[in-house]
Design a protein around this ligand. Sequence first.
Ligand code: ATR
Length: 283
Amino acid sequence: MNIDWNTDIYCLIGNPVDNSLSPKIHNHIFNENNANCIYVSFNVEEKDLKTVINSFKALNIKGFNVTIPHKINVINYLDNLTTEAKIMGAVNTVKNLNGKLVGYNTDGIGFAKSLYEEGIKIKGNRFLVLGAGGASYAICKKLAMEGANTIVILNRTLNKAKNLAETIKSEFKETNVYYDFLTNVSHYIDIDVVVNCTSIGMLPDVNQMPVNPLLFKANTIVYDIIYKPLETKFLLTAKERGLKTVNGISMLVNQALLSQNIWLNNDNILKSYEKIKGFLKNM
Ligand code: ATR
């Protein structure tokens, strides 16, 4: 990497960002595409968000990613939003367009792309979504936007599942939406795809599972958005049972490539998918 006066700066803001893979992934993609750009990460406190965003404008930072807990509040300090970001009510990618900050959301698209890459359709299928936090919100909205037949949202805290289900129901009349406690999973095993959006099973709690995948039917697809570890106990158990599984790396890589495509306006970047996935597997 040759940093000079002409190098464009991109970054991630969140709290915490200490263990984020984003700098590694983005700098690798920049290198692969000979882009004179670097990517760094900043821990940003809620109280400093406005100052930080304004300083990005002053410093002519070309773009940034936004992660927990700023994905919603950042909207207050942006000049424009894409339709997708408006529907999601959250932003994870920002582009500096001649001094105006435009907010995008690639969470749902990154997820949907990872399904299509695995040959899994959204339209007409029945999805069981575990968890009702930020990731679940983006995924459920995207599933409804793409015409899922049914979305069942299960969560430890019922009220959060209820709120999410009601939001989806009010905006997308064509999709059947249900919600319940996570512990009632056995009532909802007649589904096509189950997606774990809880943090259960993530490092260091690698022996935990959100639900028992042995409950599901033989043709159920099991997706875990966690990528640390690459194969959670939930996925390994599903695999042993012979179920098709998808891990969180593909969503992560797709989101990174979509951000770079927005920033650099270069469709070729999207072709690096397999290379970046390979790079991460060998890390
Ligand atoms: P993210 O933005 O990654 O979705 P989040 O908003 O903190 O993160 O959401 C985490 C999800 O994991 C929530 O659905 C949370 O359930 P609660 O809403 O009940 O908190 C779920 N989760 C985390 N740890 C859990 C645990 N030990 N048991 C059950 N659910 C858990």
